[in-house]
Design a protein around this ligand. Structure first.
Ligand SMILES: Cc1cc2nc3c(=O)[nH]c(=O)nc-3n(C[C@H](O)[C@H](O)[C@H](O)COP(=O)(O)O)c2cc1C
Length: 418
């Protein structure tokens, strides 16, 4: 019986354990978590979601304070068009977050950064250009383009000296999305180095509509493998979404995937950025507690725990401090919902807004508990303590369980003294 360790992910002459830990914003997939994946010979992701805030918390910079001060006068104005990111600050935050992570890297693996296109930041092109180029400046091993179509993203980095050296990949959920990406980038003569196919059971935003349950990762993986073969494209395909055990991973590797990207199992790792209290919520969840809804202002369905505090919380939009989801006209779907409720109730106090949520503020405060479909199985991966809480795991334990387990087994960690 095969195990994940019988396979290797190849980039050119280099070989890696074919396990990627997926990017989880905002700082849920921390540097510490990504560094463990790299140390163990796999690939870890950090995320550049809300990177100025991440930098402030980690490196004591003052980017958010500075932006808030600059736009304080606009807080009660629902027109956010003037709330712009300072691109020099954005680049500095990105270079700090990524550069410090790269400096700390040990071992044979790689560190990638997950860059979501849907973070339109009231200036989609220029903010994305800044983020991508600063990531390359900071020496990141690779960039995973996610959450969005990224038609122009390669072009935004094409003049960077590392454009052909860094590993660049794209997340898609269908053959069609890949076809369009390749067509739009054909003239750059630079193919992606890897493709992640993300199915409907993943955490975070989904690349499907509310009919997500009609789709299946293995089917889409095979369609993509057939397409790559037919087009003579030798690009590693990495399967993601609902791969919960080493044996699940082996099924994809045997089907022809070059690797797997996993995330949910690591949300309860000590190195994961979620507060410990939230990790216990993930452990406690039952299958009925995991829902897919439309509260994200991005327009993509998002999976989360039903008791997520962000659902219904009618707070004032926090765009002067954050504003990562403002579109090119300075609007966000949450602002529309907020305005509608203020008009309907005649007050901005104690609002309950169910259709959209202020995602930046809630993600920043770890109040939007996005999760993968199989979160309800996390309780089976550890010990329950006498006080009713679950024992956290180390990233190393989870990584090695994926790497070496067989027979759908999940190895429990050594029991900690209570
Ligand atoms: C808590 C959480 C947050 C996530 N955030 C992001 C994100 O910010 N960007 C992204 O591209 N994918 C995100 N994902 C998706 C993962 O990177 C990964 O592809 C997927 O969840 C893998 O499936 P699994 O969780 O079933 O292992 C997130 C997943 C989880 C569980």
């Amino acid at each position: 019986m095969k195990r994940v360790d019988d396979f290797r992910l190849r980039f050119g002459k280099n070989e890696y354990v074919p396990i990627m830990i997926g990017g989880m914003g905002v700082d849920i997939s921390t540097s510490e978590l990504a560094l463990e994946a790299a140390r163990l010979g796999g690939i870890g992701h950090i995320s550049d979601a809300m990177v100025e805030d991440v930098s402030d918390r980690r490196f004591d910079t003052g980017f958010v304070k500075e932006k808030t001060k600059l736009y304080k006068h606009n807080i009660n104005n629902m027109d956010k068009a003037l709330v712009q990111f300072d691109l020099a600050n954005l680049a500095e935050a990105q270079r700090l977050h990524i550069g410090k992570t790269m400096e700390a890297k040990k071992g044979p693996g790689l560190i990638f950064v997950n860059c979501m296109e849907k973070l339109t930041m009231n200036g989609p092109r220029e903010t994305l250009r800044t983020r991508l180029n600063a990531a390359l400046d900071a020496g990141v091993d690779g960039i995973t383009l996610s959450a969005g179509l990224h038609f122009g993203s390669f072009a935004l980095m094409a003049d960077h000296p590392r454009f052909r050296e860094a590993k660049l990949g794209i997340i898609v959920s269908s053959v069609r999305a890949l076809q369009i990406f390749l067509r739009k980038n054909a003239k750059l003569d630079r193919l992606p180095d890897y493709i992640i196919v993300e199915g409907p059971l993943a955490g975070g935003h989904l690349g499907f509509g509310m009919d997500w349950a009609d789709f299946d990762l293995m089917t889409i993986t095979k369609e993509l493998l057939d397409y790559l073969k037919a087009e003579n494209l030798d690009i590693p395909l990495i399967a993601a979404g609902g791969i919960f055990t080493g044996s699940d991973a082996v099924r994809f590797l045997e089907a022809g995937a070059a690797g797997v990207q996993v995330a949910t199992r690591f949300t309860v790792a000590k190195e994961c950025g979620l507060p410990d209290k939230v990790k216990q919520e993930y452990f406690k969840a039952s299958e009925e507690d995991i829902i897919v809804n439309g509260v994200s202002p991005t327009g993509y369905p998002m999976r989360m725990l039903k008791n997520t505090p962000a659902i219904g919380a009618g707070i004032r939009p926090g765009c002067e401090s954050y504003g990562y989801l403002l579109d090119s006209t300075g609007n966000c779907a949450y602002i529309n919902s907020y305005n509608r409720e203020v008009a309907a109730t005649g007050s901005d106090k104690n609002l309950v807004i169910m259709d959209k949520t202020c995602l930046c503020t809630h993600m920043r405060n770890f109040n939007c508990w996005t999760c993968g479909h199989y979160t309800y199985r996390l309780k089976d991966t550890t010990h329950k303590k006498a006080n009713g809480e679950y024992q956290l795991l180390t990233a190393e334990h989870i990584f090695k369980d994926y790497q070496f387990s067989t027979d759908n087994q999940i190895a429990l960690p050594e029991k900690e003294a209570e």
